[in-house]
Design a protein around this ligand. Structure first.
Ligand SMILES: Cc1cc2nc3c(=O)[nH]c(=O)nc-3n(C[C@H](O)[C@H](O)[C@H](O)COP(=O)(O)O)c2cc1C
Length: 361
């Protein structure tokens, strides 16, 4: 049985254990550029023993940002500050990954920590107020009552796919060893997948095959651009949790195709395509999704969502429900979670902390 502290080798990269830090938008970049904040935020997870650290959704163009404070890799000035973070993470034994993203119809909002902003009242910032016009497969807004996004033309679809590839080249220069395409949470790729947000009548809409086209083409372009010896993941929302929306069966079909394209592993999140979905949130609620995609599509998966307990994480790996566990909020609470998990599971020696900590605790 695999163990939480077993290594995992994908292509030429070896994770020191099965513990990953899930991408977390910090909304703390200026003109897309990382700062000292990112060095400390990401660096602390490397010190704490996590194996894989995927940096937050990083926009491939300014219009693809959720907010004006998002991270970006649409120009070369954004490379250097990220390289500082990847150097540090690598120095302390973690594999740095980056999630390339386009926010699609969910772009142009205020950072969630903005005073007065709640989940319920988060709305589009209009161009007249300093925002920009979001883009989507169809002119259907995310927030009812907001102006509709601009439906992309075929030429615009191609040019956004090129922006993904350009950003991947910058990610490589920034020192990343793992590339993730963001295909989840209602952002651009997911909005093409789901019939609830995609009502196109051309080759990118209608049938399942057509709705998968944007994700598959973009993943394929990225896979071919990204070096052969480095792994690539795709994060998906494995279900919309809405009847008539994207389903777990659709995710299995997508998983098979992504595998054929050379994608190494799928991160199985869920939801966030529409506001009204009823999500059965509880500890490990998305683990069955990772398990099903893994089993039925025959591709490695990462499980995420309310995984907080060492024993819970160990069981997910030992029972073959996923190949990697990803933690987000629990890592914010304790960036040294991997170390603590090893202690709790009587495997202290499995996590090697940096020397100045390791001899002392
Ligand atoms: C502050 C915050 C920012 C997030 N940003 C991203 C992101 O950039 N990309 C992404 O795919 N998911 C993002 N997520 C979702 C997390 O990666 C994760 O899937 C989710 O929080 C569930 O895991 P948890 O229960 O361990 O927090 C974010 C979550 C939080 C709390």
């Amino acid at each position: 049985m695999p163990d939480l502290f077993d290594t995992l080798t994908l292509r030429g990269v070896t994770l020191r254990n099965r513990i990953g830090v899930s991408p977390m938008c910090q909304y703390w970049s200026d003109d897309g550029k990382a700062s000292d904040w990112h060095l400390v935020h990401l660096g602390s997870f490397a010190i704490g023993g996590a194996a894989l650290i995927i940096a937050e959704a990083t926009a491939v163009e300014p219009r693809g940002r959720i907010s004006a404070r998002d991270a970006g890799l649409w120009n070369d000035q954004q490379i250097g500050p990220l390289r500082r973070t990847t150097n540090f993470m690598k120095q302390y034994g973690a594999v740095p990954g980056i999630q390339l993203a386009h926010a699609g119809r969910k772009a142009s909002t205020a950072p969630p920590y903005t005073p007065g902003t709640t989940r319920e009242n988060r709305r589009q910032i209009l161009p007249a107020d300093g925002g920009w016009t979001p883009l989507g497969p169809s002119a259907i807004p995310f927030y009812a009552g907001d102006p509709a996004p601009q439906a992309l033309t075929l030429a615009e679809i191609k040019s956004i796919q090129t922006l993904f590839v350009d950003s991947a080249a910058r990610a490589l220069e920034a020192g990343y060893q793992w590339l993730e395409m963001h295909g989840a949470h209602g952002y651009l790729a997911h909005s093409f997948l789901s019939p609830l947000s995609n009502q196109r009548t051309d080759a990118y809409g209608g049938s399942l095959e057509n709705r998968m086209r944007f994700t598959l083409e973009t993943a394929s372009l990225l896979r071919r651009a990204w070096p052969e010896h480095l792994p690539m993941s795709v994060r998906i929302s494995a279900t919309d949790w809405v009847d008539g929306g994207w389903s777990i069966e659709d995710s299995v079909a997508l998983g098979r195709k992504l595998k054929d394209l050379g994608i190494d592993i799928i991160s199985c999140s869920s939801g966030a395509l529409v506001e009204y979905a009823k999500i059965p949130v509880k500890p490990g609620f998305q683990v069955p999704l990772a398990e099903k995609v893994r089993r039925d599509a025959g591709i490695a998966t990462m499980a995420v969502g309310l995984i907080t307990q060492p024993r819970q994480a160990q069981d997910i790996i030992a029972h073959g429900q996923a190949d990697v566990v990803q933690l987000a909020r629990e890592m914010m609470r304790d960036p040294h979670w991997a170390y603590r998990a090893a202690v709790a599971l009587n495997q202290r020696a499995a996590v090697k902390l940096p020397q100045s900590y390791d001899y002392a605790i």
